[in-house]
Design a protein around this ligand. Structure first.
Ligand code: NAD
Ligand code: TYD
Length: 336
C-alpha cells in the first residue's frame, strides 16, 4: 500500500510516519510537507534512508503539485495544518488558507487520482467548549461550535471532507482527537513549552486562572487510532479519540512537570488570558472502542514522565527549534 501523508514533518505526522514504518514496513510512504516553522525533517532521521520513504516539499494549496504528487497513491492521511490557537489569533489568514483551501485542494486531488481512502485528522476543538464541573463529554454527535480561528478553520475542513463524501462519493474517514503530547512536539504547545522552559530555568506561562481543562492523549495512541480507523473504520464515518485523563487542569499539569523536574511552584507565572479561551474539553471515545477496539493505552502520569525524559535527552532538537523564528513569536506572545 502507498500512503500519502501531508504534514509528516510536524509533531503528530512525524510520529505517525515512524509508527507506520515500524508496524507496516512493507508499505510505502510519501511525506508531503511545506516545512513551515513547525515542520522539521530531523524528526524523521530514523527513516530518511528507508527506500519505502520519500519526501516532497510542497504546499497543499498548490493544485498542480498536489495532483501530480498523489499519482499512484492508495491512501491519504491528512495532518498538514496551521495548528496553534495563539497564532490563529495573531494571524488568522494562513489558517484559512492551509486548513480550509488546502484541504479542498487535497480533496480534489484525491478525486482525480481515485484514492481508496482519504483520512482527515481533526480536533475536538471544533465542538467548542464544555463547562467546568460537569460530566459532559464530546462525542461524534456533538454539534459544531468552534470559537477560535484555528478551530473554525478545522471545522470548515471537516465539513468539506464530509461534503466530498456525500456529493462526490469520495471514501473518507475523520478522526476528532483531543490534545496530544509526546516527543517532537513544537515547544509552543503547553506541555512541550513548560518542560523546555523549566529545563532552561524559565517560568511556565499559565493563561488566566489556569483552571482550563484539556483531555490529554499520548501521541502514539493517536497514531494507533488512525491505523485502526484505516483498517476497520467505515467509510463516511467520524471517530472521536481521547485520553485517560479525568479533568486535569493546566495548573495541575504545570505542577506535575515541576515535580518531575525537581523545581518549585515559583516557576509558574500567571499571564494574560487567551481571548475566547475554551474552558474545558473531554472526549467520550466509546464508539471507537466499540467499533474499532481502540482505546488509549498510555496513562498520563507515566507517559508525561517519559516525555519529560525525552526532552531532557533531546535538548539539541528543541534548542535548535527554540532559537529560530520561534524567538520572535515568543516575544510577541509573552513579551520579554
Ligand atoms: P504541527 O503544527 O506540529 O505540524 C503541522 C505540519 O504541517 C508541519 O510539518 C508543517 O510544515 C505542515 N504544513 C503546514 N502548512 C502546510 C501547507 N500549507 N502545506 C503542506 N504542509 C504544511 O501540527 P500537529 O500538532 O502535528 O497537528 C497535526 C494535525 O493534527 C493537524 O491537522 C491538527 O489540527 C491535528 N490535531 C492536533 C492535535 C494536537 O494536540 N497537536 C490534536 C488534535 C488534532
Ligand atoms: P495549547 O497547547 O496551545 O493547546 P490548545 O489551545 O489547542 O488546547 O494549550 C493547552 C492549554 O494550555 C490551553 O488551555 C491554553 C493553555 N496555555 C497556557 O496556559 N499557557 C501557554 O503558554 C500556552 C501555550 C497554553
Amino acid at each position: 500500500m502507498k500512503l500519502f501523508v501531508t504534514g509528516g514533518a510536524g509533531f503528530i505526522g512525524s510520529n505517525f510516519i515512524l509508527y507506520w514504518m515500524k508496524t507496516h514496513p512493507e508499505d510505502q510512504i510519501v511525506n508531503f510537507d511545506k516545512l513551515t516553522y513547525a515542520g522539521n525533517l530531523e524528526n524523521l532521521k530514523e527513516v530518511e534512508k528507508n527506500p519505502n520513504y520519500s519526501f516532497i516539499r510542497g504546499d497543499i494549496c498548490d493544485v498542480l503539485r498536489v495532483e501530480s504528487a498523489m499519482q499512484g497513491v492508495d491512501v491519504v492521511v491528512h495532518f498538514a495544518a496551521e495548528s496553534h490557537v495563539d497564532r490563529s489569533i495573531m494571524e488568522p489568514s494562513s489558517f484559512v488558507m492551509t486548513n480550509v483551501v488546502g484541504t479542498q485542494v487535497l480533496l480534489d486531488g484525491a478525486l482525480k487520482n481515485n484514492i481508496k481512502r482519504f483520512h482527515h485528522v481533526s480536533t475536538d476543538e471544533v465542538f467548542g467548549q464544555l463547562p467546568l464541573d460537569s460530566n459532559e463529554k464530546f462525542d461524534e454527535s456533538s454539534l459544531y461550535d468552534p470559537r477560535s480561528p484555528y478551530s473554525a478553520s478545522k471545522a470548515a475542513s471537516d465539513h468539506l471532507v464530509r461534503a466530498y463524501y456525500h456529493t462526490f462519493g469520495l471514501p473518507i474517514t475523520i478522526t476528532n482527537c483531543s490534545n496530544n503530547f509526546g516527543p517532537y512536539q513544537f515547544p509552543e504547545k503547553i506541555i512541550a513549552l513548560a518542560i523546555t522552559n523549566v529545563i532552561e530555568d524559565k517560568k511556565i506561562p499559565i493563561y488566566g486562572d489556569g483552571l482550563y481543562v484539556r483531555d490529554w492523549l499520548y501521541v502514539e495512541d493517536h497514531c494507533r487510532g488512525i491505523d485502526m480507523v484505516l483498517g476497520k473504520g467505515k467509510v463516511g464515518e467520524t471517530y472521536c479519540l481521547g485520553g485517560l485523563t479525568e479533568d486535569i487542569n493546566n495548573l495541575e499539569v504545570a505542577k506535575k512537570i515541576l515535580r518531575l523536574l525537581g523545581k518549585s511552584e515559583d516557576h509558574v507565572s500567571f499571564v494574560k488570558d487567551r481571548p475566547g479561551h475554551d474552558r474545558r474539553y473531554a472526549i467520550d471515545w466509546t464508539k471507537s472502542k466499540k467499533e474499532l477496539g481502540w482505546e488509549p493505552l498510555h496513562s498520563f502520569d507515566e507517559w508525561l514522565a517519559l516525555t519529560v525524559k525525552w526532552y531532557q535527552k533531546n535538548k539539541d532538537w528543541w534548542r535548535k527549534v527554540k532559537s529560530g523564528e520561534y524567538k520572535n513569536y515568543y516575544k510577541k506572545q509573552y513579551g520579554d
